[in-house]
Each structure stands twice: as structure tokens, then as C-alpha cells.
Design a protein around this ligand. Structure first.
Ligand code: GLN
Length: 191
């Protein structure tokens, strides 16, 4: 069975663990860089990207996660996790990994639409994926190697670049585990 780590420094960790187990893989809560070596894939959860970024830097993940990716492994970032994967954050000082060729804007929906739910068409995943957005970021531009998998009102909310998957919303907060299963399929193609 595939072993999927969930970066457990801050944020929606337990919910991702539950979704990964429901999707049929083993979930491992990752607090130390040494744990990365036993994993097939890694999830960067939602939460507060500045806090997670600061803790990642403190515990050595800013170097260890790019090395993990370079060794052929897959990474899935959701909400704050998407921000951490980005190459560039608009008007932000947040520490980030710069792995995925995209620019993101934090808290992009403004105060009127801080939190909402909708059904999304996600290419290759579902026509009606239940998506919970909470103070969500948007992907404002992508490089040519990035495949856009879902849009919401003309904005990019799910994208993939090789073994990197990013979603602006919280797929772990619903019973709909199809995006987690899609991530497991990306991992299976690597092992
Ligand atoms: N607004 C948060 C941030 O910028 C992300 C929100 C979330 O992960 N639900 O870090």
C-alpha cells in the first residue's frame, strides 16, 4: 500500500489523513525531515501559509521537500499548501518552495466571499467535485508546463505540473475523495 505523508506542522492535517485512508493508502503525519524517506507522496495541507512556511524553514523542510520532489516523488498542495508550492506569490513575503511554475494570490476572494462551497468540473477527475473554499488563494498565471484542471468563474483553482498537484480549496473537508484518489494515481505512475 502507498504511504502518503501529510506535513503536520499546522493546519487541516487530521482531515487529510482521514481522506487518504478512505482512498485506500496509508497516511503518515510528517513532523521531521527524516520521515520523508519512507514516503511515496506528500500532502501540504491548508492552514496559514505564513505560519506553515515559517515552521517549514525552521525544521529544514525548505531544502528537504524540493530534494524529495527531485528524487521523483509526488506532492499535493491544498489551499495554503498550494501557496507554498508556488514559484511566485503576489505581494507577499511568505516563505515558499518555488516548485511549481505559477503565480498565486492569497485570500483572493475578498471578505464578501471568504468561505463558500461549490461543485467544480475538474478535468480527468470529476464533473461535480464538491469544493469548500476558505479564505482561498487563486492561481493568477501559470507557465507552459502547467496543466489547468479546473476553473471557477474564469479563475484557475486546480492545476498540475508533472508530479505536482495544487488545489485552492479543501478537498479533505468533504466525503468526496476523488481528488485524493487522483493524487494516488499520480503517485502510482511514479512507483
Ligand atoms: N488564507 C490562508 C493563507 O493565505 C489559506 C487559507 C486556507 O488554507 N484555508 O495562508
Amino acid at each position: 500500500v502507498l504511504k502518503v505523508g501529510i506535513l503536520a506542522l499546522q493546519g487541516a492535517v487530521a482531515e487529510h489523513k482521514r481522506s487518504i485512508e478512505k482512498a485506500g493508502a496509508e497516511a503518515i503525519l510528517v513532523k521531521r525531515v527524516e520521515q520523508l524517506s519512507e514516503l511515496d507522496g506528500l500532502i501540504l495541507p491548508g492552514g496559514e501559509s505564513t505560519t506553515i512556511g515559517r515552521l517549514m524553514r525552521h525544521y529544514g523542510f525548505m531544502e528537504a521537500i524540493p530534494a524529495f520532489y527531485a528524487s521523483g516523488k509526488a506532492i499535493f498542495g491544498t489551499c495554503a499548501g498550494l501557496i507554498l508550492l508556488a514559484d511566485h506569490i503576489e505581494s507577499g513575503e511568505t516563505a515558499h518552495l518555488r516548485l511549481m511554475d505559477m503565480t498565486v494570490m492569497r485570500n483572493a476572494f475578498g471578505r464578501q466571499r471568504e468561505s463558500f462551497e461549490t461543485d467544480l468540473k475538474v478535468a480527468g477527475v470529476a464533473d461535480d467535485l464538491r469544493a469548500v473554499f476558505i479564505r482561498a488563494p487563486l492561481i493568477t498565471s501559470v507557465g507552459s508546463d502547467v496543466e489547468v484542471l479546473a476553473m471557477y468563474q474564469d479563475e484557475i483553482v486546480v492545476a498540475r505540473q508533472e508530479r505536482l498537484l495544487a488545489a485552492s480549496f479543501h478537498p479533505e473537508l468533504t466525503e468526496d475523495d476523488r481528488l485524493h484518489r487522483y493524487f494516488l494515481d499520480i503517485i502510482k505512475a511514479t512507483v
